[in-house]
Design a protein around this ligand. Structure first.
Ligand SMILES: C[S@@+](CC[C@H](N)C(=O)[O-])C[C@H]1O[C@@H](n2cnc3c(N)ncnc32)[C@H](O)[C@@H]1O
Length: 315
């Protein structure tokens, strides 16, 4: 399995979370277990660590379970969307926890499995569900959303300038035949892109991103998950989040800012304890992967790492 998914910013993630995980009985929640690259490294480095791994993709969980077999007595793997992080930790009797890691987005395994329809470079059914056991598919969205809804998701989740034109073409095309394959959609998008505006990058890139976000309700889940994760952290507990696109990073930045700044009204001469922030940022702004890592693992190129520590209990 090695080489399928190289964990991004692994050393930095270990370094940032380490002070919280060295304590006896420490629990780390890996909210996006994937193929357990990060998880395996943490379990190896911290011999007393208990790990809770969440993933909404049953196939990823099964592969992770096999990889983590040597640590079977220290792990709890749970099939869940990460906005259930607090409930899961509570149900296991492990809250509050010492560390939380989010490594957002899709895994290389999901992209490589052509049949799941995430990659615009391979023809496949238009599915795109991270959890193929539930929820709606990209095919249904393309068949059922009206032109305005399609335009809005391409604009909002793909930041696609040609959103209106692509939405119109999709609605026209589906009148003669349903869009069922990624290859059909890619051909349509290429044909709808004027030569003059063919920018760097594939014309389908943003539309595929937008569909994936819509299919998996990714941003809404993240908006609920970050506050829930912060509430689940113990005092001195640490959180690290790796985001790969600006929409996700903006949510992480906003939620961390909300908890790390004072809520005292500007005109108050002294800050009352209830207004003092309960978290502190561990890195200034967002950190990027180093040049060597970007060269060795291109998946790390867009990554933005943010991290925080809980400094005080809730009032
Ligand atoms: C980038 S991969 C994680 C890779 C992992 N850190 C490793 O080293 O192997 C992201 C994983 O998060 C999962 N995921 C994405 N969104 C999720 C969500 N809302 N809830 C639970 N899991 C999610 C995906 O299914 C995928 O397996």
């Amino acid at each position: 399995m090695d080489g399928i998914h190289v964990p991004v910013m692994l050393d930095r993630t270990l370094e940032l979370l380490a002070p919280a995980l060295e304590r006896d009985g420490a629990v780390l929640v890996d909210a996006t277990l994937g193929l357990a690259g990060h998880a395996e490294a943490f379990l190896t480095r911290f011999p007393h660590l208990t790990l809770v791994g969440l993933d909404r993709d049953p196939e990823a969980l099964e592969l992770a379970r096999r990889r983590l077999e040597p640590f079977a007595d220290r792990i709890h793997l749970v099939h869940a969307v990460y906005d259930r992080i607090a409930e899961v930790a509570d149900e296991l009797g492990l809250a509050p926890v010492a560390g939380i890691l989010f490594d957002l987005g899709v895994s290389s395994m999901q992209l490589d499995r052509a049949e799941r329809g995430f990659a615009y470079s391979q023809d496949a059914p238009l599915d795109m569900r991270m959890d193929p056991t539930s929820g709606t598919t990209a095919e249904r969205i393309l068949a059922e959303y009206d032109e305005g809804e399609l335009r809005r998701i391409f604009q909002r989740y793909g930041e696609e300038k040609l959103a209106g034109r692509y939405a119109r073409r999709i609605v026209e095309a589906r009148e003669s035949a349903p869009l069922t394959r990624s290859g059909q959609l890619v051909d349509l998008l290429i044909a709808a892109t004027p030569m003059a505006v063919r920018r760097a990058g594939h014309p389908a890139k943003r539309v595929f991103q937008a569909l994936r976000i819509e299919v998996n309700a990714e941003l809404a889940a993240l908006e609920r998950a970050i506050p829930a994760a912060l509430d689940t952290l113990d005092v001195d507990g640490r959180i690290v989040v790796l985001a790969y696109q600006s929409l996700e990073d903006r949510i992480v930045k906003r939620e961390l800012a909300a908890r790390t700044t004072s809520t005292a009204p500007a005109d108050l001469p002294v800050e009352l304890p209830e207004h003092a922030p309960r978290f502190r940022l561990l890195v200034r702004g967002a950190e990027l992967a180093g040049d060597d890592e970007r060269t060795a693992n291109p998946r790390s190129t867009p990554v933005r790492l943010r991290a925080a520590i809980r400094t005080r209990r809730a009032a």
